[in-house]
Design a protein around this ligand. Structure first.
Ligand code: UDP
Ligand code: MN
Length: 323
């Protein structure tokens, strides 16, 4: 038996191992982000090359010079200041439906921003003000689609994204950004356009002390080409309530051979507006466990919903649905 003497006391090796285990467990429970993983990212200099130039037909036919993005990307800055949050600047530039494209140059990227929504009015107001100020400085063509769940069933975030993706495709958007309403980007260089690989955008979230909890996290804000989203049959419609649907999406992408990518931390900082946690879906782990069996049958091709109303609000396209 190995006995270790510390001061005047002796301990069995097992006692010390147990103590070590308890300390590690304690640190893990109290400070889980000490164990956060470092992640691979695209170096600053490669970002512009990685963004796919793709626009809707109306932008293709626009005359004039192409917009330039180099300075914007290389000079990624912290932009979350009062100026952007407090009021909407030059609201006359935004077209009905929450669409914008720069006037003095031709955009290289067209992006549909899809926001799943129900009863978060204060957050929605903050989101719209900030995002329209933030996005216009990026010189991209974009439109915000708000997909609101009108029924009283548990919230189904993934189904709302499927619906949003279907509507965005009607408007010919080649790139989708699936976006929680309570997340706001802090750096100007996180360009709202798609990369060849699906991109996790909010990898440095303040709520997680700007660390990534695990490498397979693919929730919050993600960019994915419309064609890729269709290829993987969208997201699962079976996740009712909180949790699991984002991990299911990650599994779907992996099983179709799509690796994900990220930008450097100085491009990927986000802040999350405070809110009470939603009720977790008790069934989420069981669903996730069998996720691979359903990829071909559960998703865009099994989407059932009723569109109650579609309205062009001044700051967003409002799609009201019953799931
Ligand atoms: N959401 C909503 N109403 C709800 C629940 C969720 O609008 O009752 C939307 C909203 O866009 C939110 C996202 O779903 O940001 C993800 O939910 P939540 O913020 O609760 O999840 P978290 O990522 O914070 O755990
Ligand atoms: Mn949230």
């Amino acid at each position: 038996m190995i006995v270790i003497k510390i001061g005047s006391r002796s301990f069995h090796i097992y006692e010390l191992l147990l103590l070590g285990g308890c300390i590690t467990l304690f640190i893990y429970l109290v400070l889980p982000y000490r164990f956060a993983s470092h992640y691979d990212y695209i170096p600053d200099d490669d970002i512009e090359r990685m963004l796919l130039p793709q626009v809707t037909p109306n932008v293709t036919h626009q005359q004039g010079f192409d917009c330039s993005y180099e300075e914007l990307i290389i000079g990624s800055r912290f932009v979350y200041d009062a100026h952007f949050r407090e009021r909407l600047l030059h609201s006359e530039q935004i077209q009905p439906g929450g669409e914008y494209q720069p006037e003095h140059c031709r955009a290289r990227y067209s992006t549909a921003i899809i926001v799943p929504y129900r009863q978060r009015e204060e957050q929605l107001h903050a989101f719209l003000t900030y995002m329209h100020n933030y996005l216009r400085q990026q010189l991209i063509h974009y439109r915000i689609f708000l997909v609101e769940q009108y029924d009283r069933k548990p919230f189904n975030r993934a189904t709302l994204f499927n619906i949003g993706a279907q509507v965005a495709a009607e408007y010919d958007f080649p790139c989708l950004i699936l976006h929680d309403v309570d997340l706001m980007p802090l750096n100007s260089g996180q360009i709202y356009a798609c990369t060849e690989r699906p991109r996790h955008m909010c990898s440095a979230l303040d709520q997680w002390r700007f660390h990534l909890p695990y490498r397979g996290l693919f929730g919050g804000v993600v960019a994915i080409n419309t064609a890729q989203f269709q290829m993987i049959n969208g997201m699962s419609n079976l996740y009712h309530g909180w949790g699991g649907e984002d991990d299911d999406l990650y599994e779907r992408l992996s099983s179709h051979g799509y690796d994900i990518c990220r930008f450097p931390p100085a491009y990927s900082e986000y802040t999350m507006l405070k809110h009470k946690p939603e009720v977790p879906n008790a069934n989420r782990n069981a669903l996730l466990h069998a996720a691979a069996l359903r990829f071909d049958t559960d998703g865009l091709n099994s989407l059932v919903f009723t569109e109650v109303e579609r309205r062009l609000h001044s700051l967003f396209t409002h799609i009201l649905v019953e799931t």
